[in-house]
Design a protein around this ligand. Structure first.
Ligand code: PLP
Length: 491
């Protein structure tokens, strides 16, 4: 399997190199080129672990595969509080794929439980001897999942940047109380896009190249292909669960509805489709930051708009990185993708040609839900289905209902449920007219309402020491990154 830069297809590397680099040195995103389609009959009865191995080994064939198999068993073990890893729940009109049973209670755990192991595997295959510094921007959930998975992993350090006022109080607390000698957390006085831009600047920074010459920078964001590929697995798993419980027959098509921010999760869905999963429509759900809704409906990507801080903060993004990969996968013309990305940098806007737009429309639909719709769907789902959902899941479920009303499409649909409602307790309670500002108290009330225990790692948050309190202006970000890169990596 070759990975090529989305903006220069002459730049080809193997999987190990792509995982180590994170971003291609030219600033493009490594994208897998393949025609392979998996045999559904062979995969349909596998456990989550075996299914993961069958899929991931195809994409990462140049890694040490014995090690990969072991690492997958290690990654998807009792850290997850459900033996199915990604259980499927039934609603009146659709299914919820619960991706929040990992240690930090968001779907990011699925990929990040494995990423450090993939990185060390790649590292050995390439016989590297430098230490790897992971530098990651987060809109809330990636940060904690990455801190948790990289803490005290040898040869690595992890630095996380998050928007100071752009994450939920629980997300902030989760990050600020992180343990490990090789971790560092920094709040930026800006939004997620500012954090992501700082990370991208660090990659190409001459200062870092000279001052941190004994380090390799890499990323735990979904710009790293090591994050994206493991996410393909749960689309297959959900599909086979529907086959097993006889909701569908093997080879029937299903829809997937994905609450979207950086376009990583839904791109994994597209890769699942491209590799043979019978997918009808991929429905992209956005919150009030609806730049993707407009793009998928018009072919015009326009980030010149107000940025809103919403109750689904992990989707508060105006520049969705992984869209670049989709464009390349569809048109296979890296020169054209480069032209579009240059336009985006210069004017914060681009428009795709008719041909590319048609290919997007063949696969994707897009809807968005505003704050009121999001709250309404949380309440309605609890009252009608007895299930408490988080605001991100609610945005997706609302989008699905809009899609269904608009199209009358009766295809079985799976909505990706990306986080535990307990991470966003205060906002979830708002849906029921309850105003509770204290996040720990909010979790308690929620626990009583839905007769479920507060997830363990959230219940103990208040007893943990707050280790990271720093916040800096955007302009100061780079200095702080450099200072701490050296410190945390040399422990
Ligand atoms: C990260 C995240 C999303 C968005 O996923 P992308 O891969 O960035 O599109 C949605 N919901 C939750 C809870 C998340 O943490």
């Amino acid at each position: 399997m070759e990975y090529v830069s989305s903006i220069d297809s002459n730049k080809k590397v193997d999987a190990a190199q792509a995982i180590i680099d994170g971003l291609s040195p030219d600033g493009g995103l490594y994208t897998p080129l393949f025609e392979h389609r998996f045999d559904l009959d062979q995969l349909k009865d596998l456990s989550y672990q075996d299914l993961s191995y069958a899929i991931i080994r195809y994409f990462f064939a140049d890694l040490d595969l014995n090690q990969l198999e072991k690492d997958i068993r290690d990654a998807y073990d009792e850290k997850f509080d459900d033996p199915d890893i990604v259980p499927l729940a039934k609603l009146n009109d659709s299914y919820l794929l619960e991706l929040f049973h990992g240690p930090t209670y968001a779907f990011k755990d699925l990929a990040l439980s494995l990423l450090p192991k993939l990185l060390l595997n790649a590292y050995r295959v390439k016989d590297y001897h430098k230490d790897i510094a992971i530098l990651t921007a987060t809109s809330g959930d990636t940060g904690k999942a990455a801190l948790e998975s990289f803490k005290d992993v040898k040869h690595t350090s992890i630095t996380v940047l998050y928007p100071e006022d752009g994450v939920s109080p629980i997300q902030k607390k989760q990050m600020a109380t992180s343990k490990g000698d090789n971790v560092y957390v920094l709040a930026i006085k800006g939004n997620f896009d500012d954090c992501q831009r700082l990370v991208k600047q660090a990659y190409v920074s001459d200062r870092i190249k000279s001052e941190c010459a004994d380090l390799i920078l890499s990323s735990a964001n979904s710009i790293n292909i090591g994050r994206l590929i493991p996410q393909i697995v749960y689309y297959y798993k959900a599909y086979f669960d529907l086959v097993r419980n006889k909701t569908i027959r093997l080879h029937d098509k299903v829809n997937f509805v994905v609450p979207t921010g950086n376009f990583g999760d839904i791109l994994a869905g597209y890769l699942a489709k491209k590799s043979g999963l019978p997918v009808n429509r991929l429905i992209c759900a956005s919150n009030t930051n609806n730049v993707l809704t407009d793009f998928i409906n018009t072919g015009i990507y326009d980030a010149n708009r107000d940025f809103y801080t919403t109750i689904s903060p992990s989707m508060d993004i105006l520049v969705s990185s992984n869209l670049e990969r989709l464009l390349y996968l569809l048109c296979e013309d890296s020169g054209y993708v480069k032209q579009l990305m240059d336009e985006l940098k210069k004017n914060k806007r681009y428009e795709v040609d008719e041909n590319l737009f048609k290919m997007i429309r063949e696969n994707f639909d897009a809807y968005y839900a505003d704050e009121e719709q999001c709250l309404g769907t949380i309440k309605e789902t609890f009252e009608k289905d007895g299930i408490m959902i988080d605001p991100h899941t609610s945005v997706a479920l609302n989008a699905y209902r809009q899609y269904k009303a608009y199209t009358d499409d009766e295809t079985i649909s799976v909505v990706l449920s990306t986080a535990s409602p307990f991470k966003f307790g205060k906002d979830v309670l708002k849906a029921f007219g309850i105003n509770e500002q204290d996040p720990m108290m909010a979790m308690k009330i929620l626990s009583e309402m839905c007769h479920k225990d507060i997830p363990h790692n959230l219940a103990v948050l208040d007893e943990m020491e707050v280790r990271f309190k720093e916040s800096v202006e955007i302009d100061e970000g780079m200095n702080m990154i450099i200072e701490h890169l050296k410190e945390v990596t040399n422990v």
